[in-house]
Design a protein around this ligand. Sequence first.
Ligand SMILES: [Zn+2]
Length: 213
Amino acid sequence: MKAMEILSVEDTRAYAAGTDGRFHPIPGSGRERACDRCGRTHEIHVTVFDGNRTAVVGLGCALQDNLLTAPAYQSLGSAAKTLARLEAERQDRQTRLTNQLTAWAAILAMPPPPVTFEPAPGYFPGDTWALMGYARVLCNAREGFTQERQACLLNNWQNCQLRERTGETFDTYLAEKVEALTSKLARTRARLDQLLTAEQPPVQAGNEPAASS
Ligand SMILES: [Zn+2]
């Protein structure tokens, strides 16, 4: 009999952002697959190959069958969870980034509405509001509707449009976040691969393959 080989360890659960802004696994969201050892459904799937066929078991079941050492059980489990969480996080940020960029391009292509002015009671006498849709900026009586105020009003209007379309304000760091998550993902994937390569199921004295006669 050939030694068991662990092909993959996968956390099959979906992850979603919680109220704390961090990503957490959604209980019960794992891919349903009856464990080849105990018949129950596990959320973390370990695919093993015995030289003839592959089987899928739970992480705990793999440990109980001595397919994994206790440290490997910990490190593989944690790497698989991190990978699933980072993938969900990256997907979420990437979707938001795509939505923002698409919306922003559409907004830039729109003719901005005409500017109107309203008195600004409660401010200095002569101050006025410059309005574009429901975006507005305050203009002081002395300087009026300067180029800076015009640019600011246009930007406010564009941001209002973006909020309407995406439900979010523009996040200038979103692209950087996606990039950072992409490299974190690659590192976690490499770590998981490295752990899988390093991990040889411990051969127990009693389980050593008997020399075939
Ligand atoms: Zn099981």
